[in-house]
Design a protein around this ligand. Sequence first.
Ligand code: PLP
Length: 404
Amino acid sequence: MTASPKKRVYFDHSATTRVLPEVHEAMTPFFLERFGNPSSIHSFGREAKAALEEARKKVADLINADPTEIVLTSGGTESDNLAIKGTAMYKGKMKGHIITTTIEHHAVLEPCEYLKRFGFEITHIPVSSEGLVDFAEIERAIRNDTVLITVMTANNEIGTIQPVKDIGKLAKAKGIPFHTDAVQAIGKLPIDVKSDNIDMLSLSAHKFHGPKGVGALYVKKGTKIEPILLGGGQERGLRSSTVNVAGAVGLGKAAEIAKRDMEPTCQKMKRLRDKMVEAVPELVPHSYVNGHKTTRLVNNAHFRFDFIEGEGLILQLDFKGIAASTGSACSTGSLEPSHVLLALGLTHEQAHGSLRVTLGRENTEEEVDYLLEVLPGVVSKLREISPFSAERPMGPGTGGSCVQ
Ligand code: PLP
């Protein structure tokens, strides 16, 4: 097969995913003839309300929750904010302690930073060079005034899966609410909020083939949180504003499909991912795999190439029709190295030379072969124009897991 620039291959499924035709089809009537407001008591309203409740049930089924425990939101960021600020500030509380990690998404880190202004203290638990949070450190960090533990289910950059079940058990034993950002894990890991002792869980439709701008926060019955959006009292008072009905229907359909297809989809993605992870270090000299070798999302491959800039790599791959990313999509546009990669112990230069390839259910072996065909040439071309080389290295520091 020859490299053709007309070919377009999407390997950036952790940034966002395509809305599936089934999802699109389910949503369409709610923009057109079934446009009612679910709070209205006439037939248009009742129709919208019924669709909303069906969608809520599908989301609940995916994570083994009760539909009454699902709060519909505008996405992962809002769900994280509601869980963190809503718990911290319950009944006007203005101080306390929160435990999180150094590799959370900014949608978790920023609300935690914000709460510091009001007197909250935050402990960021470090991770190993493979991105695993130290469970014993979490246990040691717990204080009498700890109001929340928030640890992501799986990381958006390197895909490392955290010991959520153990953390849930610990939090329950200590009587501390436990929130997990499962935005990247949904559809790629079976999640059971009951057996994992999760009190709050964030998810976002566009990461699993639903529409953008809609998500949910699971809030276990009895969990005490304060709303952050005040108004008409929708979503049992926890999230005022007229719900995005078409979006919620799309979220529900995507959740149903994620549950239905999880096993075969994950098997396929894992096989393709493993092929890449084995091949790249053999095909490209001075290349490494970032993150954990096994405890990682099935669709995530994260590489590091010495002596090049990830931004250049992304652009060169884009010329060949391949879409991937360096750092997280949210920080693209800034030249700040990823906080996740720095937390693994990588130097700034090493963090900059990284490539995230995230697979989706529709990627094929042919597409993976195309990447493997194109990548070595692109990397060596970039190295030819790089001021750095094996003879002129970029500086000290290692980290990540060398698989070469
Ligand atoms: N949390 C994680 C782990 C994410 O990867 C993202 C998006 O990249 C978010 C939260 C934010 O989700 P949303 O784009 O739905 O606001």
